[in-house]
Design a protein around this ligand. Sequence first.
Ligand code: C5P
Length: 236
Amino acid sequence: MSEMPAEDGAVPEEVRGRLALALDLDDLVEAHRMAVQLRPWFGVAKVGLELFSADGPDAIGALRDLGYRVFLDLKLFDIPTTVNRSTTVLGSLGVEYLTLHALGGVDMLRAGVEGLHDGADRAGLDDPTALAVTVLTSDDGAPPHIVPNRVRLALEGGCGGLVLAAEDLQTARELAPRLTRVVPGIRLSGAPRHDQARAATPQEAVANGADLLVIGRAVTRAEDPAAAAAAVAAAI
Ligand code: C5P
């Protein structure tokens, strides 16, 4: 993996390593341009359904070449065999994080985790982390027992982390203290929330125990993305 030179030192690695840039774009050229511009503030690049649908594994390779750790956010949800076969392929691509939907249940999660580890192992890569998505941060109607149930499913399924809204962090800390906590729906104070019903500021998320913040439109749709990225980094 080649590192970007010079400007890489803009913020301490411990800050950058906690910020994941959501590249929700359908074009790798544009995503690459944004990834280069925002590399000083982000250590992780998140490839979602949009970019993976457009450019697949090429997007992962291109971001790894820029020195990013890659977070592949496909929220897999299918029968265990299909998920296992898919994660075996994805594990060999060099992703560091992969999301599976906890709604798929323990057998599906376990099958996905095993495939991910096998795929990475066969390719001689470090062990990636399977993240269980609890409830979408756009959903403010889930009954209160859902998050604790899904945290337990993630634990039983062998996942290494959870994706959850900032307000669910305490539940995760209590039930699964050793799992990595990843929080999307981050907005700077007073900024537009878009479709995120359960948003939080970077300060709130970190204070409540988030390990990794997913930052999308707060930076990518800002008038000045670099300035917005600097503001998020300064906030944590
Ligand atoms: O632009 P914004 O910061 O709202 O982007 C949030 C990102 O996090 C999107 O890529 C979305 O797919 C992802 N995400 C989410 N809620 C979850 C899991 C992932 O918003 N529960």
